[in-house]
Design a protein around this ligand. Structure first.
Ligand code: ADP
Length: 255
């Protein structure tokens, strides 16, 4: 009888590798201290930590928007998606034209970028709203547009800076489910920031807990629930227990 083994992990399975990363801003604020973090293919890693502990700084370094002051911060792909808390849509552009924006900046030919945008719009459930302007959209729909815009890049590593923090709970839960569906379907690796411990546990394969500033990693939890994830997992005792453990670590790291 032959046994099929999973493919051996290779160096390219690591999409993000932070070693001893430190960030001191020119005004002397030390935002991050000794951060060691890897994100591999197939992982959805969520970072929780108190406000001001350096979570956004971590993402900006990962995306290349900010340069760390010490240590090494490597990404092995340039297909990096980035979704911010604010949908950052251009108000005068329709949904279709907003979603096409990144492909336009990458000089993708018109027909190809229209097709790519339509595919992304369909994926995030905005079919029929292509001609709408941002002011005609709900908060959740704006966020879907923002997600679609990044999806046109076919990201291998997807960075999320508290994208659903400003949404009501029902919309947030719905978007969590949509995001998990996209994660399973498109197979990007995720690095997600949130203030919500239950959102972190629900979305992730691994939860990272950061201390107060200067932010450093104080704890880490593997999330054992299989993907695709059943939304009802949120009402189980196992889920509540893990949320409790992460919350406890968060409080400890903050004290
Ligand atoms: P978080 O996302 O966890 O709320 P941030 O990464 O936004 O935290 O910020 C971490 C710390 O670094 C905060 O104290 C913030 O005021 C400071 N900070 C962020 N950006 C800058 C900057 N460009 N110059 C100086 N200090 C900054």
């Amino acid at each position: 009888m032959s046994v099929i083994s999973p493919p051996a992990a290779t160096a390219t399975d690591t999409l993000l590798d932070f070693r001893d990363v430190e960030m001191t801003f020119p005004n002397g604020v030390v935002a991050l201290h000794d951060v060691d973090l890897t994100v591999k293919r197939g992982e959805f890693v969520t970072v929780v930590g108190p406000s001001g502990c350096g979570k956004s700084t971590l993402l900006r370094i990962a995306s290349g928007l900010e340069k760390h002051s010490h240590g090494s911060a490597t990404t092995t792909t340039n297909r990096i998606g980035y979704v911010f808390q604010d949908a950052t849509l251009l108000q005068w552009r329709t949904v279709q034209r907003n979603v096409e924006l990144l492909a336009e900046l990458h000089r993708t030919p018109k027909a190809a970028r229209a097709a790519k945008a339509q595919e992304a719009i369909d994926l995030v459930g905005l079919t029929g709203f292509e001609k709408s302007l941002p002011k005609q959209l709900s908060g959740g729909m704006k966020m879907r547009t923002s997600l679609a815009r990044s999806l046109t890049l076919d990201p291998e590593l997807f960075l999320f800076d508290e994208p659903f923090g400003a949404l009501d709970e029902i919309t947030r839960e719905r978007l969590n489910d949509e995001l998990l569906r996209l994660f399973v379907e498109k197979r990007f690796a995720g690095l997600f920031i949130t203030h919500s411990v239950s959102e972190a546990v629900y979305l992730s394969t691994r939860v990272i807990v950061m201390s107060g500033r200067p932010g450093t990693i104080v704890d880490e939890f593997e999330v054992p629930f299989p993907m695709p994830r059943d939304p009802d997992i949120r009402f189980t005792a196992e889920f509540a227990e893990l949320v409790g453990q992460v919350s406890h670590a968060l409080r400890e790291g903050h004290s």
